[in-house]
Design a protein around this ligand. Structure first.
Ligand code: EPU
Length: 336
């Protein structure tokens, strides 16, 4: 089934809470309905959205916005050790995590409470507390927009890296994700080494999937704004990655600087810490600011336009560049 609307308000479809209109909005409930709708291919201006938790509209969108309402969840293979779960791209991410935790299948629990939908988990390679969605993804199914052909990408094809996939690179804008297949474990492998996660899980009574989920939810609730109360798109910037010698130089100058060594030998820095050091938690702005408990999150203080947010973000980038010589890149997709 297809639902279609024209001059459609996207206010409820972006967690920043910014008013913007789509010339046309198309929601599809199955892959076959989508393929039928696209006919021999779609050549207009297209934007695919999930939960709208990583988007910043600076203008109306004068093309067609596609949104998945594919909601199936099917076990396609099950062994004594693992489960292959094929999930529709329209399924709410946290509802999927809750479901897998309830079933006692391990893998997604550290990714509790991330806003958004299943389709975006593959595009964005969402990650938190030492786990990335790409670690669990076995396959991504899409429909290619230009010719309405169903495509399938293996984990290797997807080229997952930190907040990165092929769908943000060579295949950017070319596909509509319809299904994502995750490989989950029945034998539980806890990943508790990030920050104070282990401590929090112990406080809750020890390592069980339910306790890990609860601990992650509590940590996120304390640090990140609830999108239903405060407009934001979660982390606005990506954490920058610098060479080891640069990181060592920073460490001697700023001993409290958080640093995360990567397998490549490079070091990931905390953009939130860098932004806080530039004084942005204390700098009041009319419509836009950073969140008090996490400076990496740019928040809509009420009535912000996309352009206000962009102007503010540019000032943040310039200050970090001036103080630390580090370039911050946006994680958020700017539309318009
Ligand atoms: N920090 C500060 N000040 C701040 C923010 C952070 O000093 O204002 C410090 C913290 O004290 C900590 C370090 O920076 O020592 C890292 O902070 P945090 O654990 O909050 O993680 P992050 O690197 O800022 C990333 C992800 C989050 C994810 C967390 C946990 C990115 C862009 N963000 O944030 O993802 O939840 O790690 O894994 O990688 C998102 O993408 O929307 C998101 C929330």
């Amino acid at each position: 089934m297809i639902r279609q609307y024209t001059a459609y308000s996207l206010l409820a479809h972006n967690t920043f809470g910014i008013e913007a209109k789509a010339a046309r909005y198309v929601e599809f409930a199955s892959q076959s309905a989508l393929i039928d709708f696209l006919g021999d291919g779609f050549r207009g201006k297209a934007l695919v959205i999930g939960g709208g938790s990583n988007l910043l509209f600076v203008d109306d969108f004068d093309g067609t916005v596609f949104h998945s309402a594919i909601m199936d969840i099917d076990i396609i293979e099950e062994t004594a050790d693992d489960v292959l779960l094929r999930v529709g791209s329209g399924v709410n991410w946290d509802a999927l995590v809750a479901y897998t935790v309830e079933k006692r299948w391990s893998g997604l629990e550290n990714l509790s409470l991330i806003p958004g939908e299943v389709g975006a988990s593959a595009v964005q390679n969402v990650g938190a507390y030492g786990v990335e969605a790409g670690d669990l993804i076995e396959k991504v199914e899409t429909v290619r927009i230009a010719d309405a052909v169903a495509c399938s990408f293996t984990k290797a094809d997807c080229d997952f890296a930190y907040r990165h996939s092929i769908f943000k690179a060579t295949e950017k804008g070319r596909h509509i994700v319809t299904y994502v297949t995750y490989r989950l474990k029945k034998t539980i492998e806890f990943k508790l080494s990030y920050g104070n996660l282990k401590e929090k899980v112990e406080e809750l009574g020890g390592a069980t999937l339910a306790n890990v989920r609860r601990a992650v939810c509590e940590i996120r609730e304390a640090k990140l704004p609830n999108p239903e109360q405060i407009g934001s798109a979660g982390s606005f910037f990506m954490n920058p990655i610098v060479a080891a010698d640069k990181a060592a130089q920073f460490k001697s100058e700023y001993p409290s600087m958080p640093q995360y060594p990567l397998p490549s030998g490079e070091v990931k820095l905390s953009a939130g810490w860098l932004i806080e050091q530039c004084g942005w938690k204390q700098t009041p702005h009319e419509h836009v600011g950073v969140y008090q408990h996490q400076a990496l999150v740019v928040v809509n203080l009420g009535g912000a336009k996309g352009s206000d947010v962009l102007k503010f973000a540019s000032a943040v980038v310039a200050s970090v560049k001036e103080k630390f010589g580090v370039e911050l890149n946006m994680e958020v997709n700017v539309i318009g």
